[in-house]
Design a protein around this ligand. Sequence first.
Ligand code: HAX
Length: 433
Amino acid sequence: MGLKDVLKQKIDEHRPRTTKLLKEKGDVKLGDVTIGQAIGGARGVKCLVTDISYLDPFEGIRFRGHTIPEVMDKLPRPDGKDYPYVEGFWYLLLTGDIPTKEQAEEVVEDFKKRAQVPQYVFDTLRAMPRDSHPMTMFSAAIVAMQRESKFAKFYEEGFNKMTAWEPMYEDACDLLAKLPEIAAYIYRIKYKGDTPIAPDKNLDFGGNFAHMMGIDAPYDDVARMYFILHSDHESGNVSAHTTHLVASALSDAYYSLSAGINGLAGPLHGLANQEVLRWIQDVFKKLGGQVPTKEQLTQFLWDTLNSGQVIPGYGHAVLRKTDPRYTSQREYCLNNLPDDELFKVVSMIYEVAPDILKEQGKAKNPWPNVDAQSGVIQWYYGLTEYDFYTVLFGVGRAIGVLANITWDRALGYPIERPKSVTTAMLEEAAGIE
Ligand code: HAX
């Protein structure tokens, strides 16, 4: 037998052991955690600390203690706009204080000085095949810029734990300020006939992003809303945890964020927003372009589950109710695009999917998460290339994870290193012969 055949045999022999441990001995304690938690992705284990945001299973996210509506209401906005400055939100996440308009605009000016993307980043993107996934391009662009890291230079020249947050802060600001142009550049070379649009020095983060995407107002406000909503979801989700983990080895912000973005690219995490749109387009295709009825939609949802797939945009590891980020975007749709066809389908899914998931009885949370709704708004404003949606998520997520790793260095958090055990050790603890 060749290697792969031997491996297959070993896997077939091993699987029942893991299943038995999970199903029959999941509650057995192993130190401070259970066997179920050790095998099951550390669900519910309280071993991370962050003050940037907190996720309550029933209330949803609070950023520095503020709910989403409070954040949108209290933060300063550019004149004539409905949504706050992303730069002011960055101020809030870093400090816990709501900035004045003047303080937010100081950050806008500071970001402008940091926003120039080195030419070699564009060259790197151009060297990649045009059918590379945009998340691959986004991650590659971020790690390509690692030579710019002030933190890496600081380490080389003599590391000091007390002041390490300063170069991390500088890297975080430098990186964040450049992300709108990098993301928009990927979009324009990949989907818009290689026609990048130069940044406009007069615009803020959200405004400039909309401008470089080539999408008119109110897309600038959509961008501000979208980036804020997707910024942070406490530290245990894959993108935040990965960024924190990699930074714990004193890797700089470029290495850390690029790694976090790779985690966000997983279909169970950030890629779910693209999958939602793919799924809906499949439904349309199967019906020859017609909007599905409730009965047809119910059938498609069951077909998806019965084929062993998940319903994208539904379920959550922590939340046990409709995600307020979903609700917030739904309200935007109700106010701005109530008659949109895609919005109606997404609303119909909201009417039928929770009951179907409850009836199936597997998902602990049958309610929609942020990803179930976000594609609708993008699509409405002309951004129909849904492979790109996770990049938008990534620009937003960068705000939260970069604030987190700045604080990680400020508080001198050590390198992360949980302890592993073997399956045999679990069996011994569970009294399995
Ligand atoms: N459709 C079908 N089955 C689902 C489901 C869904 N939407 N959500 C959970 N389940 C299933 C799980 O696959 C699991 O099945 P097995 O026992 O066969 O493995 C079972 O229900 C129990 O899972 P859970 O405890 O409720 O959920 P987890 O904490 O394990 O996973 C996920 C949370 C978000 C990954 C999960 O709900 C899922 O896969 N959802 C669909 C993908 C998605 O929308 N992801 C985005 C989540 C939000 C986010 O991170 N955005 O970035």
